[in-house]
Design a protein around this ligand. Structure first.
Ligand code: CUA
Length: 350
């Protein structure tokens, strides 16, 4: 069903890269994992072919071949030496390769803490002393051509972080911090998933990584860091609608565009701030995703919907139908106009 919805040619184009294909690397770490996967597939094919050939010889081959196959030498070589050598070599190579995906930081890479929560990812960009510089959720921005070290954690149960285009795959375990390197060699958007069953809407716990050219990445960081000025307070007159709709009274224009002052007030009065934080406002909840930059995020609901006015209204009004079991109640008691106002205000949080 998900493939019908999100696969190419489906109802929604996966413009934000979700769900991601595997074995399509776009960075050095994913390339290593992909190479390992292909070598393991190839060895599997070779060994299977040898076994089929041996079975054929045993059943229908010439007599002296069958005798050789039944001899002690064949067992020592084919049954003990060959698998021992091949499997040991593959094991050593595989362990060395996977260790290189999580080697310790050198101190120069950007460091981002990603915490798995039921059922979304908390994303915190860290400074040199480990302080949190930028709070975000469900997406990771990184510069092309530079390794980023992720600190993987969990707030509740075991999750698993996986962006198949860019990195290996690693569990997020409560009480532990595991490191994972991620790097993109080209700009683009790359989908990710939680790859460990974590209950409820696990299958709808997605992620998107966005690789920018380095200059663009620096301006992305600067823009997020600059977000300190509080947004327009409610008593301030709402801005006029920039593109008036013909034939609508001024008050209706505002309702259609979304009355952001009303939206802010509704957001606070409805208790959204108990779970969500918005920098510069009294909303300081930590249970749910930080909404300080919600307006610039690509997705809603943890990687499952593109972020625009329609999906934002739908998510606030009835998130339980979109992602059943998620921890945000459906605000279906709010009217369309009220939902639109909240969505309009949230869109301004960038
Ligand atoms: Cu989190 Cu599966």
């Amino acid at each position: 069903m998900l493939k019908d919805l999100f696969g190419t040619g489906g109802v929604l184009e996966p413009i934000w890269g979700w769900p991601p294909p595997v074995l399509d690397p776009a960075g050095p770490y994913a390339e290593r994992v992909t190479l390992l996967a292909w070598v393991l597939f190839a060895m599997g094919v070779v060994v299977t072919a040898i076994i089929i050939a041996a079975l054929y010889v045993a059943a229908k081959g010439p007599k002296e071949w069958r005798q050789k196959l039944g001899g002690e030498k064949a067992i020592w070589i084919g049954g003990i030496a060959f698998p021992a050598v091949v499997l040991t070599a593959l094991l050593i190579w595989g362990l060395t390769l996977t260790a290189s995906l999580s080697s310790a930081i050198t101190g120069t890479e950007p460091r981002v803490r990603v915490t798995g929560e039921m059922w979304w990812f908390r994303v915190q960009y860290l400074g040199e002393d480990g302080e949190v510089l930028i709070e975000d959720a469900n997406e990771l921005h990184l510069p092309v051509g530079q390794a980023v070290v992720l600190e993987l954690r969990s707030a509740d149960v075991i999750h698993n972080f996986w962006v198949p285009h860019l990195s290996g795959k690693k569990d997020m375990i409560p009480g532990r911090t595991l490191l994972l390197r991620i790097e993109a060699s080209e700009a683009g958007r790359f989908g990710g998933v939680c790859a460990e069953y974590c209950g409820g809407p696990h299958a709808l716990m997605g992620f998107v990584a966005v690789a920018h050219d380095p200059a663009e990445y620096r301006s992305w960081v600067a823009a997020r860091l600059a977000r300190s000025a509080p947004p327009a307070p409610p008593e301030q007159a709402p801005q006029p609608v920039s593109t008036p709709l013909p034939g609508l009274a001024p008050q209706r224009q505002l309702a259609v565009a979304g009355n952001t002052a009303q939206g802010r007030q509704l957001f606070m009065e409805s208790g959204c701030g108990a779970c969500h934080r918005v920098e510069g406002t009294e909303a300081n909840g930590l249970a749910g995703p930080d909404l300080t930059h919600i307006g610039s995020r690509l997705t809603l609901g943890a990687g499952i919907l593109p972020n625009h006015r329609g999906t934002l209204v739908g998510w606030i009004g009835d998130s339980q139908s979109i992602k059943p079991g998620n921890r945000m109640p459906s605000y279906d008691r709010l009217s369309a106009e009220q939902l639109n106002a909240i969505a309009a205000w949230l869109e301004q949080q960038r």
